[in-house]
Ligand binder design. Sequence first.
Ligand code: FAD
Length: 529
Amino acid sequence: MIQSYKQKHQLQDQYDVILIGSGLGCLSAAAILSKEGKKCLVLERHYTAGGYTHIFKRKDYEWDVGIHYIGQMGKDSSFSKRLFDYITDKQLEWADMGEVYDRIVIGDQVYDFVKGVENLKEKLKSHFPNEAEAIDTYIDLVFEANKTSRKFFMEKALPPLLSKVSGGFLKKNFYKFSDQTTLEVLKGITQNEQLIKVLTGQYGDYGLPPAQSSFAMHALLVRHYFSGGFFPVGGSGRVVETIDPVIEAAGGTILINAEVDEVLIEKNRAMGVRMADGKEFRAETIISGAGVVNTWTKLLPKETIQKHKLDQHLQKVNPSVAHICLYIGLNGSPSELNLPKANYWIYPKDLSHDESIARYAKDINQEFPVVYISFPAAKDPDWERRFPGKSTIDIITMIPYEIFEKWENTRWKKRGEEYDALKENLARRLLEALYKQVPQTRGKVDLYELSTPLTTRHFVNYGKGEIYGIDHTPERFRQTFLRPHTPIKGFYLTGQDILTVGIGGALASGLLTASAITGKNLTGKVYGG
Ligand SMILES: Cc1cc2nc3c(=O)[nH]c(=O)nc-3n(C[C@H](O)[C@H](O)[C@H](O)COP(=O)(O)OP(=O)(O)OC[C@H]3O[C@@H](n4cnc5c(N)ncnc54)[C@H](O)[C@@H]3O)c2cc1C
Protein backbone atom coordinates (compact mmCIF):
# COMPACT_ATOMS: atom_id res chain seq x y z
CA MET A 1 0.00 0.00 0.00
CA ILE A 2 1.21 3.51 -0.84
CA GLN A 3 2.71 5.16 2.24
CA SER A 4 4.28 8.46 3.08
CA TYR A 5 8.00 8.59 3.81
CA LYS A 6 7.58 11.19 6.56
CA GLN A 7 4.53 13.05 5.37
CA LYS A 8 3.37 16.15 7.16
CA HIS A 9 0.79 17.32 4.62
CA GLN A 10 -2.53 15.95 3.48
CA LEU A 11 -2.07 14.10 0.19
CA GLN A 12 -3.52 15.95 -2.82
CA ASP A 13 -4.53 14.91 -6.32
CA GLN A 14 -2.77 17.84 -7.98
CA TYR A 15 0.88 18.98 -7.59
CA ASP A 16 3.11 21.38 -9.49
CA VAL A 17 5.68 18.69 -10.23
CA ILE A 18 5.55 14.89 -10.03
CA LEU A 19 8.87 13.02 -9.87
CA ILE A 20 9.08 9.32 -10.66
CA GLY A 21 11.65 7.59 -8.43
CA SER A 22 13.40 8.90 -5.34
CA GLY A 23 16.99 8.48 -6.52
CA LEU A 24 19.32 11.40 -5.92
CA GLY A 25 18.53 12.89 -9.35
CA CYS A 26 14.85 13.27 -8.44
CA LEU A 27 15.57 14.30 -4.85
CA SER A 28 17.97 16.98 -6.02
CA ALA A 29 15.51 18.28 -8.67
CA ALA A 30 12.63 18.19 -6.16
CA ALA A 31 14.58 20.13 -3.52
CA ILE A 32 15.70 22.79 -6.02
CA LEU A 33 12.21 23.17 -7.48
CA SER A 34 10.76 23.31 -3.95
CA LYS A 35 13.04 26.26 -3.30
CA GLU A 36 11.52 27.83 -6.43
CA GLY A 37 8.12 27.53 -4.75
CA LYS A 38 6.94 24.34 -6.50
CA LYS A 39 4.91 21.72 -4.69
CA CYS A 40 6.60 18.40 -5.56
CA LEU A 41 5.33 14.84 -5.26
CA VAL A 42 8.11 12.21 -5.29
CA LEU A 43 6.86 8.69 -6.04
CA GLU A 44 9.06 5.72 -5.12
CA ARG A 45 8.10 2.09 -5.77
CA HIS A 46 10.51 0.63 -3.16
CA TYR A 47 9.47 0.32 0.50
CA THR A 48 12.13 2.87 1.34
CA ALA A 49 13.25 6.16 -0.22
CA GLY A 50 16.55 7.29 -1.72
CA GLY A 51 17.11 5.08 -4.79
CA TYR A 52 20.68 3.81 -4.62
CA THR A 53 21.31 6.02 -1.59
CA HIS A 54 18.89 3.92 0.46
CA ILE A 55 19.97 1.88 3.45
CA PHE A 56 18.69 -1.45 4.77
CA LYS A 57 18.92 -3.15 8.14
CA ARG A 58 19.29 -6.71 9.42
CA LYS A 59 19.67 -7.66 13.08
CA ASP A 60 22.13 -5.19 14.65
CA TYR A 61 23.43 -3.79 11.36
CA GLU A 62 22.71 -1.18 8.71
CA TRP A 63 24.20 -1.13 5.20
CA ASP A 64 24.53 1.55 2.55
CA VAL A 65 23.90 0.34 -1.00
CA GLY A 66 25.14 2.91 -3.52
CA ILE A 67 27.47 5.24 -1.63
CA HIS A 68 30.97 4.11 -0.72
CA TYR A 69 32.77 7.37 -1.28
CA ILE A 70 32.25 10.71 -2.94
CA GLY A 71 34.86 13.18 -4.13
CA GLN A 72 35.08 16.98 -4.04
CA MET A 73 33.30 17.39 -0.69
CA GLY A 74 36.23 18.86 1.23
CA LYS A 75 36.10 22.49 0.21
CA ASP A 76 33.02 24.67 0.71
CA SER A 77 33.72 26.18 -2.71
CA SER A 78 33.44 22.89 -4.61
CA PHE A 79 30.40 22.49 -6.85
CA SER A 80 29.12 19.21 -5.34
CA LYS A 81 29.57 20.48 -1.78
CA ARG A 82 27.69 23.71 -2.57
CA LEU A 83 24.89 21.82 -4.26
CA PHE A 84 24.54 19.32 -1.41
CA ASP A 85 24.52 22.21 1.09
CA TYR A 86 21.83 23.94 -0.99
CA ILE A 87 19.45 20.97 -1.25
CA THR A 88 19.88 19.89 2.39
CA ASP A 89 20.00 23.36 3.98
CA LYS A 90 23.50 22.41 5.16
CA GLN A 91 22.16 19.57 7.29
CA LEU A 92 24.32 16.85 5.68
CA GLU A 93 27.89 16.53 6.93
CA TRP A 94 30.78 14.76 5.27
CA ALA A 95 33.69 12.82 6.77
CA ASP A 96 37.10 12.78 5.11
CA MET A 97 38.46 9.27 4.45
CA GLY A 98 42.05 10.38 5.07
CA GLU A 99 45.21 10.18 3.00
CA VAL A 100 44.47 7.01 1.03
CA TYR A 101 41.09 6.65 -0.66
CA ASP A 102 41.70 3.71 -3.01
CA ARG A 103 44.17 0.84 -2.72
CA ILE A 104 44.85 -1.07 -5.93
CA VAL A 105 46.07 -4.63 -5.30
CA ILE A 106 47.50 -6.60 -8.22
CA GLY A 107 48.87 -9.94 -7.06
CA ASP A 108 51.15 -8.97 -4.17
CA GLN A 109 51.77 -5.43 -5.45
CA VAL A 110 49.95 -2.60 -3.67
CA TYR A 111 49.41 0.88 -5.17
CA ASP A 112 47.78 3.55 -3.01
CA PHE A 113 45.80 6.43 -4.50
CA VAL A 114 46.55 9.33 -2.20
CA LYS A 115 44.81 12.65 -1.64
CA GLY A 116 46.13 15.64 -3.61
CA VAL A 117 47.04 15.40 -7.27
CA GLU A 118 50.72 16.24 -6.74
CA ASN A 119 50.95 13.56 -4.03
CA LEU A 120 49.29 11.09 -6.34
CA LYS A 121 51.70 11.88 -9.15
CA GLU A 122 54.66 11.41 -6.82
CA LYS A 123 53.29 8.14 -5.52
CA LEU A 124 52.76 6.81 -9.02
CA LYS A 125 56.24 7.91 -10.06
CA SER A 126 57.76 6.09 -7.08
CA HIS A 127 56.25 2.88 -8.45
CA PHE A 128 57.02 3.65 -12.10
CA PRO A 129 60.16 5.86 -12.11
CA ASN A 130 60.72 5.37 -15.85
CA GLU A 131 57.21 6.57 -16.63
CA ALA A 132 57.40 10.01 -15.01
CA GLU A 133 56.71 11.84 -18.28
CA ALA A 134 53.79 9.56 -19.16
CA ILE A 135 52.27 10.13 -15.72
CA ASP A 136 52.50 13.92 -16.12
CA THR A 137 50.95 13.73 -19.60
CA TYR A 138 48.17 11.50 -18.30
CA ILE A 139 47.24 13.88 -15.47
CA ASP A 140 47.27 16.84 -17.90
CA LEU A 141 44.89 15.00 -20.21
CA VAL A 142 42.56 14.17 -17.33
CA PHE A 143 42.34 17.88 -16.46
CA GLU A 144 41.85 18.87 -20.10
CA ALA A 145 39.00 16.40 -20.58
CA ASN A 146 37.35 17.71 -17.42
CA LYS A 147 37.64 21.28 -18.63
CA THR A 148 35.79 20.49 -21.85
CA SER A 149 33.02 18.70 -19.97
CA ARG A 150 31.55 21.91 -18.51
CA LYS A 151 30.19 23.17 -21.83
CA PHE A 152 29.12 19.66 -22.81
CA PHE A 153 26.96 19.31 -19.69
CA MET A 154 25.68 22.90 -19.82
CA GLU A 155 24.48 22.31 -23.35
CA LYS A 156 22.12 19.61 -22.08
CA ALA A 157 19.97 22.21 -20.30
CA LEU A 158 19.35 24.16 -23.52
CA PRO A 159 15.92 23.94 -25.14
CA PRO A 160 16.05 21.56 -28.14
CA LEU A 161 15.90 24.32 -30.76
CA LEU A 162 18.78 26.25 -29.25
CA SER A 163 20.71 23.03 -28.86
CA LYS A 164 20.33 22.37 -32.60
CA VAL A 165 21.82 25.77 -33.35
CA SER A 166 24.69 25.99 -30.88
CA GLY A 167 24.99 22.45 -29.44
CA GLY A 168 27.64 21.27 -31.87
CA PHE A 169 29.95 24.13 -30.98
CA LEU A 170 29.56 23.58 -27.23
CA LYS A 171 30.18 19.84 -27.45
CA LYS A 172 32.96 19.52 -30.01
CA ASN A 173 35.94 19.77 -27.65
CA PHE A 174 34.47 17.21 -25.26
CA TYR A 175 33.93 14.75 -28.13
CA LYS A 176 37.70 14.73 -28.74
CA PHE A 177 37.99 12.92 -25.42
CA SER A 178 34.67 11.10 -25.20
CA ASP A 179 34.97 9.51 -28.65
CA GLN A 180 38.14 7.65 -27.64
CA THR A 181 38.29 4.63 -25.38
CA THR A 182 40.36 4.87 -22.21
CA LEU A 183 42.75 2.29 -23.62
CA GLU A 184 43.28 4.20 -26.85
CA VAL A 185 44.27 7.31 -24.93
CA LEU A 186 46.51 5.46 -22.47
CA LYS A 187 48.25 3.50 -25.22
CA GLY A 188 49.09 6.83 -26.80
CA ILE A 189 50.95 7.77 -23.61
CA THR A 190 52.64 4.58 -22.43
CA GLN A 191 53.27 0.98 -23.40
CA ASN A 192 53.65 -0.07 -19.75
CA GLU A 193 50.79 -2.55 -19.22
CA GLN A 194 51.13 -2.53 -15.43
CA LEU A 195 50.89 1.28 -15.32
CA ILE A 196 47.76 1.15 -17.50
CA LYS A 197 46.31 -1.46 -15.15
CA VAL A 198 46.99 0.74 -12.12
CA LEU A 199 45.74 3.97 -13.71
CA THR A 200 42.48 2.24 -14.60
CA GLY A 201 42.26 0.53 -11.21
CA GLN A 202 39.03 2.41 -10.38
CA TYR A 203 37.24 1.30 -13.56
CA GLY A 204 34.66 -0.47 -11.39
CA ASP A 205 33.35 2.97 -10.43
CA TYR A 206 31.96 3.36 -13.94
CA GLY A 207 31.65 -0.33 -14.79
CA LEU A 208 33.60 -0.69 -18.04
CA PRO A 209 37.19 -1.83 -18.61
CA PRO A 210 39.67 0.35 -20.55
CA ALA A 211 39.06 -1.04 -24.06
CA GLN A 212 35.33 -0.33 -23.79
CA SER A 213 34.95 2.79 -21.64
CA SER A 214 34.95 6.35 -22.92
CA PHE A 215 38.09 8.21 -21.83
CA ALA A 216 35.89 11.16 -20.86
CA MET A 217 34.11 9.02 -18.26
CA HIS A 218 37.44 7.76 -16.97
CA ALA A 219 38.81 11.30 -16.72
CA LEU A 220 35.74 12.63 -14.92
CA LEU A 221 35.90 9.83 -12.39
CA VAL A 222 39.60 9.96 -11.52
CA ARG A 223 39.55 13.76 -11.29
CA HIS A 224 36.53 13.54 -8.97
CA TYR A 225 38.67 11.82 -6.33
CA PHE A 226 41.91 13.80 -6.69
CA SER A 227 41.09 15.68 -3.49
CA GLY A 228 40.24 12.52 -1.59
CA GLY A 229 37.16 10.50 -0.66
CA PHE A 230 34.29 11.51 1.66
CA PHE A 231 31.45 9.65 3.34
CA PRO A 232 28.15 11.01 4.74
CA VAL A 233 28.26 11.33 8.53
CA GLY A 234 25.50 9.05 9.85
CA GLY A 235 25.49 6.92 6.66
CA SER A 236 23.76 7.24 3.28
CA GLY A 237 20.33 7.29 4.88
CA ARG A 238 21.09 10.88 5.86
CA VAL A 239 20.80 11.94 2.20
CA VAL A 240 17.04 11.53 1.93
CA GLU A 241 16.53 12.41 5.62
CA THR A 242 18.09 15.84 5.06
CA ILE A 243 16.46 16.56 1.67
CA ASP A 244 12.94 15.56 2.72
CA PRO A 245 12.33 18.63 4.98
CA VAL A 246 13.20 20.96 2.07
CA ILE A 247 10.54 19.30 -0.11
CA GLU A 248 8.03 19.27 2.77
CA ALA A 249 8.62 22.96 3.52
CA ALA A 250 7.16 23.86 0.12
CA GLY A 251 4.13 21.63 0.67
CA GLY A 252 5.53 18.64 -1.24
CA THR A 253 6.00 15.07 -0.12
CA ILE A 254 7.73 11.74 -0.77
CA LEU A 255 5.64 8.57 -1.06
CA ILE A 256 7.04 5.02 -0.82
CA ASN A 257 5.52 1.74 -2.05
CA ALA A 258 4.28 4.06 -4.77
CA GLU A 259 4.87 2.48 -8.18
CA VAL A 260 4.06 4.55 -11.23
CA ASP A 261 2.49 2.45 -13.95
CA GLU A 262 2.10 5.00 -16.73
CA VAL A 263 2.58 8.65 -17.52
CA LEU A 264 -0.71 10.20 -18.65
CA ILE A 265 -0.31 12.01 -21.94
CA GLU A 266 -2.92 13.98 -23.86
CA LYS A 267 -2.12 15.59 -27.20
CA ASN A 268 1.59 15.08 -26.60
CA ARG A 269 1.43 16.84 -23.24
CA ALA A 270 2.17 15.09 -19.92
CA MET A 271 -0.79 15.58 -17.55
CA GLY A 272 -0.06 13.25 -14.65
CA VAL A 273 0.64 9.64 -13.71
CA ARG A 274 -1.37 6.50 -13.07
CA MET A 275 -0.12 4.39 -10.18
CA ALA A 276 0.06 0.58 -10.16
CA ASP A 277 -3.02 0.55 -7.90
CA GLY A 278 -4.97 2.71 -10.37
CA LYS A 279 -4.84 5.98 -8.43
CA GLU A 280 -4.01 9.08 -10.49
CA PHE A 281 -2.04 12.20 -9.61
CA ARG A 282 -1.97 15.28 -11.80
CA ALA A 283 0.73 17.91 -12.43
CA GLU A 284 1.84 20.23 -15.21
CA THR A 285 5.38 18.94 -15.03
CA ILE A 286 6.43 15.31 -14.77
CA ILE A 287 10.04 14.21 -14.28
CA SER A 288 11.25 10.64 -14.60
CA GLY A 289 14.38 9.59 -12.73
CA ALA A 290 13.56 5.90 -13.08
CA GLY A 291 16.24 5.31 -15.73
CA VAL A 292 15.86 6.01 -19.44
CA VAL A 293 15.29 2.36 -20.37
CA ASN A 294 12.40 2.03 -17.87
CA THR A 295 10.99 5.39 -18.92
CA TRP A 296 11.09 4.71 -22.65
CA THR A 297 9.89 1.09 -22.48
CA LYS A 298 7.56 0.89 -19.48
CA LEU A 299 6.29 4.28 -18.39
CA LEU A 300 5.14 5.92 -21.61
CA PRO A 301 2.08 4.88 -23.63
CA LYS A 302 2.80 2.76 -26.73
CA GLU A 303 1.48 5.46 -29.11
CA THR A 304 3.95 7.98 -27.65
CA ILE A 305 6.86 5.56 -28.01
CA GLN A 306 5.89 4.93 -31.66
CA LYS A 307 5.17 8.58 -32.47
CA HIS A 308 8.63 9.70 -31.38
CA LYS A 309 10.43 6.44 -32.33
CA LEU A 310 11.80 6.25 -28.78
CA ASP A 311 12.56 2.54 -29.07
CA GLN A 312 15.17 3.39 -31.72
CA HIS A 313 17.07 5.45 -29.15
CA LEU A 314 17.67 2.40 -27.04
CA GLN A 315 19.34 0.53 -29.88
CA LYS A 316 22.25 2.95 -29.54
CA VAL A 317 22.96 2.31 -25.85
CA ASN A 318 23.59 -0.77 -23.68
CA PRO A 319 22.68 -1.57 -20.10
CA SER A 320 25.67 -1.51 -17.75
CA VAL A 321 27.03 -4.68 -16.18
CA ALA A 322 25.25 -6.40 -13.29
CA HIS A 323 26.85 -6.94 -9.88
CA ILE A 324 26.73 -9.01 -6.72
CA CYS A 325 27.38 -7.46 -3.31
CA LEU A 326 28.20 -9.32 -0.12
CA TYR A 327 26.91 -7.35 2.87
CA ILE A 328 28.81 -8.48 5.97
CA GLY A 329 28.16 -7.81 9.67
CA LEU A 330 31.07 -8.32 12.06
CA ASN A 331 31.51 -8.51 15.80
CA GLY A 332 33.92 -5.80 16.89
CA SER A 333 34.00 -2.07 16.24
CA PRO A 334 35.97 -0.69 13.26
CA SER A 335 38.72 0.43 15.65
CA GLU A 336 38.83 -2.93 17.48
CA LEU A 337 39.08 -4.71 14.13
CA ASN A 338 41.52 -2.12 12.83
CA LEU A 339 39.54 -1.71 9.63
CA PRO A 340 40.91 0.64 6.96
CA LYS A 341 38.92 3.49 5.46
CA ALA A 342 40.41 3.08 1.98
CA ASN A 343 38.57 0.95 -0.59
CA TYR A 344 40.46 -2.11 -1.84
CA TRP A 345 40.41 -2.99 -5.54
CA ILE A 346 41.83 -6.49 -6.04
CA TYR A 347 42.78 -7.67 -9.50
CA PRO A 348 44.18 -10.85 -11.08
CA LYS A 349 47.91 -10.70 -11.64
CA ASP A 350 48.13 -12.42 -14.98
CA LEU A 351 45.78 -10.56 -17.35
CA SER A 352 44.72 -7.04 -18.30
CA HIS A 353 41.35 -5.80 -17.00
CA ASP A 354 39.67 -6.47 -20.35
CA GLU A 355 41.16 -9.96 -20.63
CA SER A 356 40.20 -11.01 -17.12
CA ILE A 357 36.61 -9.85 -17.70
CA ALA A 358 36.47 -11.89 -20.91
CA ARG A 359 37.85 -14.98 -19.12
CA TYR A 360 35.29 -14.67 -16.32
CA ALA A 361 32.40 -14.00 -18.71
CA LYS A 362 33.07 -17.43 -20.23
CA ASP A 363 33.25 -19.16 -16.84
CA ILE A 364 32.38 -17.43 -13.57
CA ASN A 365 34.38 -20.03 -11.65
CA GLN A 366 37.53 -18.38 -12.98
CA GLU A 367 39.19 -15.70 -10.86
CA PHE A 368 36.97 -12.65 -10.26
CA PRO A 369 38.08 -9.86 -12.65
CA VAL A 370 37.76 -7.37 -9.77
CA VAL A 371 36.94 -7.60 -6.08
CA TYR A 372 36.04 -4.29 -4.46
CA ILE A 373 36.05 -4.15 -0.66
CA SER A 374 34.56 -1.17 1.16
CA PHE A 375 34.56 -0.50 4.90
CA PRO A 376 31.60 1.86 5.49
CA ALA A 377 31.56 1.49 9.29
CA ALA A 378 35.15 2.69 9.43
CA LYS A 379 34.37 5.71 7.22
CA ASP A 380 31.44 7.00 9.28
CA PRO A 381 32.55 8.87 12.45
CA ASP A 382 29.04 8.40 13.88
CA TRP A 383 29.00 4.63 13.38
CA GLU A 384 30.45 3.53 16.75
CA ARG A 385 27.85 5.65 18.61
CA ARG A 386 25.00 4.17 16.58
CA PHE A 387 26.22 0.56 16.44
CA PRO A 388 28.65 -0.02 19.33
CA GLY A 389 30.83 -3.13 19.08
CA LYS A 390 29.78 -3.85 15.47
CA SER A 391 31.16 -3.27 11.98
CA THR A 392 30.08 -3.71 8.38
CA ILE A 393 31.97 -4.48 5.17
CA ASP A 394 30.65 -4.62 1.58
CA ILE A 395 32.32 -6.67 -1.16
CA ILE A 396 31.31 -6.19 -4.78
CA THR A 397 32.14 -7.90 -8.02
CA MET A 398 30.58 -7.95 -11.46
CA ILE A 399 28.55 -10.82 -12.85
CA PRO A 400 26.75 -11.34 -16.17
CA TYR A 401 22.98 -10.92 -15.70
CA GLU A 402 22.39 -14.06 -17.80
CA ILE A 403 23.73 -16.25 -14.96
CA PHE A 404 20.65 -15.32 -12.92
CA GLU A 405 18.13 -14.87 -15.72
CA LYS A 406 16.48 -18.26 -15.23
CA TRP A 407 15.27 -17.21 -11.78
CA GLU A 408 13.84 -13.94 -13.09
CA ASN A 409 10.23 -14.95 -12.41
CA THR A 410 10.79 -16.39 -8.94
CA ARG A 411 10.03 -14.45 -5.76
CA TRP A 412 12.51 -12.62 -3.52
CA LYS A 413 13.79 -14.94 -0.73
CA LYS A 414 12.03 -17.89 -2.42
CA ARG A 415 14.14 -18.52 -5.49
CA GLY A 416 15.02 -22.15 -4.68
CA GLU A 417 17.93 -24.32 -3.56
CA GLU A 418 20.04 -24.06 -6.70
CA TYR A 419 19.95 -20.25 -6.50
CA ASP A 420 20.81 -20.29 -2.80
CA ALA A 421 23.70 -22.71 -3.41
CA LEU A 422 25.11 -20.48 -6.17
CA LYS A 423 24.88 -17.48 -3.84
CA GLU A 424 26.60 -19.35 -1.03
CA ASN A 425 29.43 -20.41 -3.33
CA LEU A 426 29.98 -16.84 -4.53
CA ALA A 427 29.73 -15.47 -0.97
CA ARG A 428 32.44 -17.87 0.26
CA ARG A 429 34.77 -16.92 -2.57
CA LEU A 430 34.33 -13.22 -1.74
CA LEU A 431 34.90 -13.88 1.97
CA GLU A 432 38.18 -15.64 1.16
CA ALA A 433 39.28 -12.55 -0.79
CA LEU A 434 38.53 -10.45 2.31
CA TYR A 435 40.44 -12.76 4.68
CA LYS A 436 43.47 -12.65 2.40
CA GLN A 437 43.62 -8.84 2.45
CA VAL A 438 42.30 -8.14 5.96
CA PRO A 439 43.12 -11.33 7.92
CA GLN A 440 41.96 -9.97 11.29
CA THR A 441 38.35 -10.24 10.07
CA ARG A 442 38.50 -14.07 10.03
CA GLY A 443 36.39 -15.45 12.88
CA LYS A 444 34.62 -12.10 13.38
CA VAL A 445 31.91 -12.45 10.73
CA ASP A 446 28.52 -12.55 12.43
CA LEU A 447 26.30 -12.64 9.35
CA TYR A 448 26.42 -12.08 5.60
CA GLU A 449 23.91 -11.73 2.81
CA LEU A 450 24.59 -11.67 -0.91
CA SER A 451 22.60 -9.44 -3.26
CA THR A 452 22.37 -10.54 -6.89
CA PRO A 453 21.30 -8.81 -10.11
CA LEU A 454 17.78 -10.03 -9.30
CA THR A 455 17.93 -8.08 -6.03
CA THR A 456 18.79 -4.94 -8.00
CA ARG A 457 15.95 -5.69 -10.41
CA HIS A 458 13.50 -6.29 -7.56
CA PHE A 459 14.34 -3.26 -5.43
CA VAL A 460 15.63 -0.59 -7.79
CA ASN A 461 13.82 -1.70 -10.96
CA TYR A 462 16.81 -2.01 -13.30
CA GLY A 463 15.55 -4.76 -15.64
CA LYS A 464 18.91 -6.40 -16.34
CA GLY A 465 20.19 -5.77 -12.81
CA GLU A 466 22.39 -3.04 -14.23
CA ILE A 467 24.58 -1.40 -11.62
CA TYR A 468 24.99 2.00 -13.29
CA GLY A 469 22.08 2.49 -15.74
CA ILE A 470 23.35 2.96 -19.30
CA ASP A 471 26.93 1.93 -20.13
CA HIS A 472 29.59 4.66 -20.40
CA THR A 473 30.87 3.87 -23.89
CA PRO A 474 32.05 6.52 -26.38
CA GLU A 475 28.66 6.12 -28.20
CA ARG A 476 26.70 6.99 -25.04
CA PHE A 477 28.12 10.49 -24.96
CA ARG A 478 26.98 11.07 -28.56
CA GLN A 479 23.31 10.40 -27.71
CA THR A 480 21.40 13.68 -27.76
CA PHE A 481 18.26 12.17 -26.19
CA LEU A 482 20.12 11.84 -22.87
CA ARG A 483 19.05 15.27 -21.64
CA PRO A 484 16.29 16.77 -19.48
CA HIS A 485 14.01 17.77 -22.39
CA THR A 486 12.01 15.08 -24.17
CA PRO A 487 9.78 15.35 -27.27
CA ILE A 488 6.76 15.32 -24.92
CA LYS A 489 5.62 18.68 -23.53
CA GLY A 490 5.90 18.95 -19.77
CA PHE A 491 7.83 15.68 -19.50
CA TYR A 492 11.50 15.64 -18.45
CA LEU A 493 14.28 13.23 -17.55
CA THR A 494 16.77 13.33 -14.71
CA GLY A 495 19.21 10.96 -12.94
CA GLN A 496 22.49 9.26 -13.77
CA ASP A 497 21.48 8.38 -17.35
CA ILE A 498 21.31 11.99 -18.54
CA LEU A 499 24.76 12.92 -17.16
CA THR A 500 26.96 10.15 -15.76
CA VAL A 501 26.90 7.51 -13.07
CA GLY A 502 27.78 8.54 -9.53
CA ILE A 503 26.41 10.57 -6.69
CA GLY A 504 27.99 13.67 -8.26
CA GLY A 505 26.36 12.89 -11.63
CA ALA A 506 22.90 12.23 -10.15
CA LEU A 507 23.15 15.31 -7.92
CA ALA A 508 24.06 17.59 -10.85
CA SER A 509 21.37 16.01 -13.06
CA GLY A 510 18.75 17.37 -10.67
CA LEU A 511 20.11 20.89 -11.06
CA LEU A 512 20.22 20.51 -14.83
CA THR A 513 16.63 19.29 -15.01
CA ALA A 514 15.38 22.02 -12.65
CA SER A 515 17.21 24.62 -14.79
CA ALA A 516 15.70 23.21 -18.00
CA ILE A 517 12.19 23.33 -16.50
CA THR A 518 12.38 26.83 -15.05
CA GLY A 519 14.53 28.29 -17.83
CA LYS A 520 16.60 29.93 -15.09
CA ASN A 521 20.31 29.74 -14.43
CA LEU A 522 19.95 28.05 -11.05
CA THR A 523 23.68 27.37 -10.73
CA GLY A 524 24.11 31.02 -9.78
CA LYS A 525 21.55 30.58 -6.99
CA VAL A 526 23.38 27.53 -5.65
CA TYR A 527 26.60 29.51 -5.45
CA GLY A 528 24.90 32.57 -4.05
CA GLY A 529 22.74 30.68 -1.60
C1 FAD B 1 26.56 -0.96 -5.59
C2 FAD B 1 26.72 0.47 -5.97
C3 FAD B 1 27.74 1.22 -5.42
C4 FAD B 1 27.88 2.56 -5.75
N1 FAD B 1 28.87 3.28 -5.16
C5 FAD B 1 29.01 4.60 -5.46
C6 FAD B 1 29.98 5.40 -4.81
O1 FAD B 1 30.72 4.93 -3.94
N2 FAD B 1 30.10 6.71 -5.16
C7 FAD B 1 29.30 7.28 -6.10
O2 FAD B 1 29.44 8.47 -6.39
N3 FAD B 1 28.34 6.53 -6.74
C8 FAD B 1 28.18 5.23 -6.43
N4 FAD B 1 27.20 4.49 -7.05
C9 FAD B 1 26.38 5.12 -8.09
C10 FAD B 1 25.26 6.00 -7.54
O3 FAD B 1 24.70 5.42 -6.39
C11 FAD B 1 24.20 6.18 -8.61
O4 FAD B 1 24.81 6.63 -9.80
C12 FAD B 1 23.10 7.18 -8.24
O5 FAD B 1 22.67 7.03 -6.92
C13 FAD B 1 21.92 7.01 -9.19
O6 FAD B 1 20.93 7.97 -8.89
P1 FAD B 1 19.65 8.17 -9.83
O7 FAD B 1 19.03 9.44 -9.41
O8 FAD B 1 20.01 8.02 -11.25
O9 FAD B 1 18.60 7.06 -9.47
P2 FAD B 1 18.55 5.63 -8.71
O10 FAD B 1 19.28 5.73 -7.43
O11 FAD B 1 18.93 4.60 -9.69
O12 FAD B 1 17.03 5.56 -8.38
C14 FAD B 1 16.00 5.33 -9.30
C15 FAD B 1 14.75 5.09 -8.47
O13 FAD B 1 13.61 5.00 -9.31
C16 FAD B 1 12.71 4.08 -8.73
N5 FAD B 1 11.75 3.63 -9.72
C17 FAD B 1 12.00 2.90 -10.84
N6 FAD B 1 10.86 2.66 -11.49
C18 FAD B 1 9.86 3.28 -10.79
C19 FAD B 1 8.45 3.37 -10.96
N7 FAD B 1 7.83 2.82 -11.99
N8 FAD B 1 7.73 4.06 -10.02
C20 FAD B 1 8.33 4.65 -8.96
N9 FAD B 1 9.67 4.57 -8.76
C21 FAD B 1 10.42 3.89 -9.66
C22 FAD B 1 13.64 2.97 -8.26
O14 FAD B 1 13.01 2.12 -7.33
C23 FAD B 1 14.80 3.78 -7.69
O15 FAD B 1 14.60 4.03 -6.32
C24 FAD B 1 27.01 3.15 -6.70
C25 FAD B 1 25.97 2.39 -7.25
C26 FAD B 1 25.82 1.07 -6.89
C27 FAD B 1 24.71 0.27 -7.47
